[in-house]
Structure formats: C-alpha cells, structure tokens
Design a protein around this ligand. Structure first.
Ligand code: 5RP
Length: 229
C-alpha cells in the first residue's frame, strides 16, 4: 500500500485497533493472522526489539516479510532498536507500510522521518513515558504518526501510565491536524475510552486480545469503547 493510501485510510477510518503480535502464538503465525482477519482486524502492529534499546529481543525483517506474504493488511512496524536509520530500506523491502522510530534512539529525527517518507512508508515517531517531550514535539511536523507510549517500551502486559493521556491531549492541541496519534501499552477495556477521549485514533493492543479466547469479541468490545458506544 502507498504511504498516502495507508495514512488516508487511517485518517478517515475512526478508531483502529491494531493487535501487537508480541504476544501471539509464533508457532502458528498463519492461524493467528487468519483469526485476526476473521475478528475484523484491519492492520497489524509489529514490535521489533533489539535487546539493546530495550531489554527484550523479538524479531526482525524475516518475520515482517513472512507476514507480508500472509496478508494484505497494513503492517505498522514499531522499531525499538538503536540506530534504526541503518535498517529503513530493509524494512521497506520486507513490506512495512508504516515505520516508527523512537525519539530516544535517534539523533536527527527530522532526517530519519524524511528518509522513511522518501521510501514511501508512513513515518512515525515514538516516545516513552519517562522521556521529556521537547525533542519529540520538535519532530512532530516531520511525522505522519505520533506514538505515545503508555508503558516503557520493552514488554507486553504492563499497566497503563496515566501520563500518556495528558501527552496525547497536548499533541492533539499543538500538532498538525492530520497527524495520527497512536497509543501503545496497557490498552484494554478499562483504558481505551480515556485514550480515545485524549486524542488517540490508533490503539495498539497485546494482552487484551491475545489473552482472550475469542479475538472477535475482544476486538469488537475495544472498538466500541474507543468509539464511545
Ligand atoms: O510495544 C509494546 C511494548 O513495548 C507492546 O506493543 C505493548 O506493550 C502491547 O502489549 P499490552 O497491550 O499487553 O500492553
């Protein structure tokens, strides 16, 4: 999907629930993708961790590439790695539609976001709850998506940090109108409505989907709460 098409779809789609595959069954990846499609999911969130930027290690391009062959859904790739600028082209070739880098991991955010856009991917910038907002805010004009982390990046199953709510509301006030706001960490039936009211339209969800036996019910409930239904 082209960058423009992917971003325009999300800008007009209303709330989008993106399952974080961090907590899926990697022994049955194709089955997991089919279950998510049947559950009405429209995009996937992929957590790439290097064991250096975060104290956890997951997967890289081969899994992104494998997922690209399994589905046409947009792949929203969240790089929790040092020196992400070294790998942008490879993630593009693997099939990423949106690539998000952490403000804590980059020196020149404007340049990297520009390189991601030049590769025809949506460009995202992420921030951890403990990081001051100054550099993140300065990078927003060059981004398509602001990923406000509501847990410190690294592990699924953590509790939602309330600071994300005021941060998203602030981003909504100061940033360009078409900037997408995504929230990630501790999103579940208790937190998603407040995250939506604060300005998020993209909701990354791990345990509140993969911890449930019926993905369809989990996704419908979360989507309804995000819509304020
Ligand atoms: O990026 C992440 C952690 O770094 C995960 O996407 C996130 O934590 C999702 O899991 P959960 O919904 O269980 O919090």
């Amino acid at each position: 999907m082209t960058r423009r098409l992917c971003l325009e779809t999300w800008q007009h789609a209303g709330p989008v629930v993106l399952p974080s595959l961090l907590l899926c069954d990697f022994g049955n990846l194709e089955r997991e993708v089919r279950r998510l499609e049947e559950a009405g999911v429209k995009a996937l969130h992929l957590d790439v961790m290097d064991g250096v930027f975060v104290p956890n290690l997951t997967y890289g391009m081969p899994i992104v590439e494998g997922l690209r062959r399994l589905t046409d859904m947009p792949l929203d790739v969240h790089l929790m790695i040092q020196r992400p600028e070294k790998y942008l082209r490879q993630f593009h070739s693997a099939g990423a539609d949106v690539l998000t880098v952490h403000i804590e991991a980059v020196e020149d955010a404007q340049a990297i976001l520009g390189q991601i856009r030049d590769l025809d991917m949506g460009a995202g910038i992420a921030i951890n709850p403990s990081t001051p907002m100054t550099r993140f805010e300065a990078a927003l004009p060059y981004a398509d998506l602001a990923l406000v982390m509501s847990v410190e990046a690294g592990f699924g199953g953590q509790s939602f940090h309330e600071i994300a709510l005021e941060r998203m509301a602030h981003v909504r006030r100061v940033a360009q109108k078409n900037l997408l706001i995504e929230v990630d960490g501790g999103i579940n039936t208790k937190t998603i409505a407040r995250a939506s009211s604060a300005g998020a339209t993209l909701f990354v969800v791990g345990s509140a989907i993969f911890g449930q036996s019926d993905y369809g019910t989990a996704v419908s409930e979360l989507s309804a709460l995000a819509k304020g239904v």
